[in-house]
Write a protein that binds this ligand. Structure first.
Ligand code: PAF
Length: 280
C-alpha cells in the first residue's frame, strides 16, 4: 500500500493507471476509521482494479471551530487498518495541499437537497462537502466512489452533483454499520463519555419504535411521540427528527403509497452530535 500526501505524486499514479485502462475505486473519509469505513474500502477493493482511500478532515465542512478541533485524528492506526483491506493507495493531504491559499468552499446548488435537515442545522456544510468531494473526484478520476448511508443526505447530494455535472462516476451507497447495541458506527462515538455511550443506543431504538408506530399511526403522531420521548432522556437532546421523502428529502406530512420514506434524526450527547436514519 502506498501512502501519498502530495497532489503531484497522486496525479502521476493516476495518469499511469488511466493509461493502463485501470478501474479506480475511491473511498473518501475523514479518518478515525471504524468497521463501517472498512466495509466501504473492502467493497472497493473487490470491485475495482485499484482502490484509493482518502483521509482528510475537511475544514470547510465544519460550521463550528470546536467540532473541527475535536474531530478525532488517529492516522497511524487508520493506516494499519486500511493496509489490512488490501487497499492500494491512501491519500493523506494537508489542508494547504487541498486548498492552497483559498480555504473556502465553492457555493453549490443541489436542487434544494442542501436546504433540508443537516443543511438547516449546519450552515454551508454541504458546500464544504461538495467542494472537497469534487476536488477528490477530479484528482482521482474514479470509476466508482463509495459512501455510507449513515450520511444519507450527503449520499443523495453527491449523487446529485455527479448527475448534474455528468461526471462518469458510479456512486455506491453502503448500509449503516452498527455496534451490537444498535448505535450507528461513527468516528464521533469515541468522544462519548460512559453515561453518554450507555444512552446513545436509544437513538436507534427510537428510530425503530418510530418505524413501528408509523405502521398504525400518522406522521404527526409519530413526530409528537418522538419529541416527548426525548424529553425523558437525561443524556440526549433531540435536535431534529424528520420523516422525509427518500428521493427529494422533503419533509413528509402524510404518507403516500407511491413514495419511499426514511426517518432522520440528529441528537446531541453533551456537545457531541450524532446522526442516524432508518428506511421506513
Ligand atoms: O462523510 C465524510 O466522512 C465526509 O463528509 C467526506 C465525504 C469524506 C468529505 O469530507
Amino acid at each position: 500500500m502506498v501512502v501519498v500526501s502530495k497532489i503531484e505524486d497522486l496525479k502521476a499514479i493516476i495518469t499511469s493507471l488511466k493509461s493502463n485502462q485501470k478501474n479506480i475505486g475511491l473511498v473518501p473519509t475523514m479518518g478515525a476509521l471504524h468497521k463501517g469505513h472498512l466495509s466501504l474500502i473492502e467493497k472497493s477493493v473487490q470491485e475495482n482494479d485499484f482502490s484509493i482511500t482518502t483521509i482528510f478532515v475537511n475544514p470547510t465542512q465544519f460550521d463550528k471551530k470546536e467540532d473541527l478541533e475535536n474531530y478525532p485524528s488517529t492516522l497511524e492506526n487508520d493506516l494499519k487498518l486500511v493496509e489490512k483491506t488490501n487497499c492500494d493507495l491512501v491519500f493523506t493531504p494537508s489542508a494547504e495541499e487541498m486548498y492552497q491559499e483559498n480555504l473556502h468552499a465553492e457555493a453549490f446548488y443541489f436542487d434544494g437537497l442542501e436546504n433540508e435537515m443537516e443543511g438547516k442545522h449546519r450552515k454551508n456544510h454541504f458546500d464544504g462537502v461538495g467542494t472537497i468531494v469534487k476536488k477528490f473526484f477530479e484528482l482521482t478520476q474514479p470509476t466508482k466512489a463509495y459512501f455510507g448511508e449513515k450520511d444519507f443526505q450527503q449520499l443523495q447530494i453527491i449523487k446529485k452533483m455527479v448527475s448534474k455535472n455528468q461526471m462518469p462516476i458510479e456512486i455506491i451507497g453502503c448500509p449503516i454499520f452498527r455496534e451490537e447495541d444498535g448505535l450507528a458506527m461513527s468516528s464521533r462515538n469515541a468522544r462519548l463519555n460512559k453515561n453518554q455511550r450507555n444512552s446513545a443506543p436509544f437513538i436507534y431504538e427510537s428510530l425503530q419504535k418510530a418505524s413501528e408506530l408509523l405502521k398504525t399511526s400518522t406522521i404527526e403522531n409519530v413526530n409528537q411521540w418522538m419529541q416527548q420521548t426525548y424529553k425523558e432522556q437525561t443524556e440526549l437532546r433531540l435536535e431534529y427528527f424528520e420523516i422525509a421523502d427518500e428521493a427529494t428529502l422533503q419533509t413528509a406530512t402524510k404518507k403516500e403509497s407511491s413514495k419511499k420514506y426514511r426517518a432522520f434524526i440528529a441528537v446531541f450527547a453533551g456537545t457531541i452530535r450524532l446522526i442516524d436514519n432508518i428506511s421506513l
